[in-house]
Design a protein around this ligand. Structure first.
Ligand SMILES: [Zn+2]
Length: 65
């Protein structure tokens, strides 16, 4: 049974970096869920369920590149 992948937000506790990902398929790319913060190299990166606002912002960003 395949569970649909929901939008999620990767967030760094150290520097506040965040990235909301709306999966296009069940397959996640590596860069969608980094284990290390791309900004400060911290390993304190958590995956959270994206809020409606974060999903909206991610969709706008995708539209405008
Ligand atoms: Zn960071």
């Amino acid at each position: 049974m395949v569970r649909p992948v929901r939008p999620f937000t990767m967030r760094c506790k150290d520097c506040g970096w965040s990235q909301t990902v709306i999966p296009l398929s069940d397959v996640l790319r590596f860069e969608d869920c980094p284990e290390v913060c791309p900004r400060c190299k911290s390993r304190d990166v958590n995956m959270e369920q994206a809020t409606a606002l974060e999903v909206a912002v991610a969709k706008v960003k995708r539209l405008f590149g």
